[in-house]
Design a protein around this ligand. Structure first.
Ligand code: ADP
Ligand code: MG
Length: 384
């Protein structure tokens, strides 16, 4: 969706020019899954798919929200009376951002918003974060708040956690706000320190494919909550603030201390080994050994499938098929129970791999997956 199209949509809807147009991307996570609520490491990069918003500032205490992608017209709210937990449907995401900004003391008096997004929804590619971050960045500019990306991400996370009521970590919003084109973002979710890691797969003859299984298993919300609670219990049993504090070298000893808490042991093992995998991938990329990242991805998938138990048959089929057909590596990405997987492959193998996955899905009687190439793209920005 281009800036001009969204600008035109705004004019048609509200009868005036917008003050500006902004974009914020969805993301895929290269490695570091279910670590962001354990104070651990993640490494997402931004997709070329973005939410684009045309926005004007208002001084009269009104907030008008419209999405070209949703039927139902303009949602009208008052910034003064925004209340966490009130169900405004899709509009809860942008309304939550206004609420979070105001709750943090920023004088946001109102806005007109018209947006459209090319980020697939519910595919584990963070369409919700794109929506939040594009609105936050627009208001940051229009109200001259001067907040840096990581702080906007924090406020967006608060909007999603408290206002919308979805208990997500900090990765998605930070990725959308802070990623840079041609780079993956190595993020320490404890102190939000970041490092941009160059990732130019095309230059090395490789591609990263996203395979959207187009399934979402209904119980994902409850299972996510259970995993979070289990991780907290594990940290408490081990006497640490968060599982991030269990050193990889001390994993066996930690697991031994958990005795017969088999379920907790599995969760701890995933989180601690996953943090180590992120650090390993950073080292491999920094030393130029990009091909060697593949097997680390596949190892991460096995851990998510067997220990953390958040995969599903469709995701396992993507990974199993891709690896058997010659991919360098593959894993589910995002929270799991459906959504998307990523496949790292030699450029020459892309067509064969895509066909193999599509055929395997057809043979299993699954809905056809959506396969596209993901190039590390720019984070949130003003377009005009
Ligand atoms: P994900 O972030 O993985 O795509 P979520 O369930 O977290 O999935 O967020 C999806 C929700 O975000 C949608 O149900 C909708 O409420 C909102 N959303 C995403 N994109 C848009 C859009 N273009 N217009 C309106 N709402 C959107
Ligand atoms: Mg989301």
């Amino acid at each position: 969706m281009g800036a001009q199209q969204v600008r035109d949509g705004f004019i048609e809807l509200y009868g005036t020019e917008p003050d500006g147009v902004w974009a914020a991307p969805g993301r895929v996570n290269l490695i570091g899954e279910h670590t962001d609520y354990n104070d651990g490491f993640v490494m997402p990069f931004a997709l070329p798919h973005t939410a684009v918003a045309a926005v004007s500032r208002r001084e009269d205490g009104r907030l008008r929200l419209h999405s070209a992608d949703i039927e139902g017209g303009v949602v009208e709210l008052e910034p003064d009376s925004l209340t966490p937990g009130s169900d405004d449907g899709w509009a809860s995401y942008p309304a939550g951002v206004v609420w979070a900004l105001r709750d943090a003391g920023h004088p946001v008096t109102g806005a007109d918003v018209h947006l459209a997004s090319t980020v697939p929804t519910g595919a584990g590619l963070s369409s919700s974060a794109a929506l939040e971050v594009v609105v936050a960045l627009a208001l940051n500019d229009l109200y001259e708040l001067g907040l840096p990306g990581w702080q906007l991400a924090r406020l967006c996370q608060r909007a999603e956690n408290v206002y919308v009521g979805a208990p997500t970590g900090i990765m998605d919003q930070t990725a959308s706000a802070c990623c840079e084109s041609g780079h993956a973002l190595f993020l320490d979710t404890r102190d939000l320190s970041q490092k941009q890691i160059p990732l130019d797969l095309a230059a090395e003859g490789m591609r990263l494919l996203v395979v959207d299984t187009q399934v979402t298993h209904a119980h994902s919300g409850g299972e996510y909550g259970k995993r979070r609670a289990g991780c907290e219990k594990g940290a408490a049993l081990l006497g640490v603030d968060a599982l991030r504090d269990v050193p990889f070298e001390g994993l066996d000893a930690a697991l031994a201390r958990l005795g017969d808490e088999e379920e907790i042991r599995r969760l701890v093992r995933h989180v601690v080994t996953e943090d180590e995998r992120v650090e390993r991938v950073v080292r491999l990329l920094e030393s130029g050994d990009t091909r060697a990242v593949g097997p680390v991805l596949t190892e991460g998938h096995a851990s998510l499938r067997d220990d953390f138990r958040v995969s599903c048959p469709e995701l396992d089929l993507v990974v199993g098929t891709a690896v058997a057909a010659g991919a360098l590596g593959a894993r589910m990405t995002g929270g799991g129970f459906g959504g998307s997987a990523i496949v790292l492959a030699d450029a020459a193998d892309v067509d064969t791999l895509t066909k193999a996955v599509e055929e395997a899905f057809a043979a299993a009687g699954y809905k056809a997956p959506r396969v596209f190439e993901a190039v590390p793209s720019a984070g949130a920005r003003r377009l005009s």
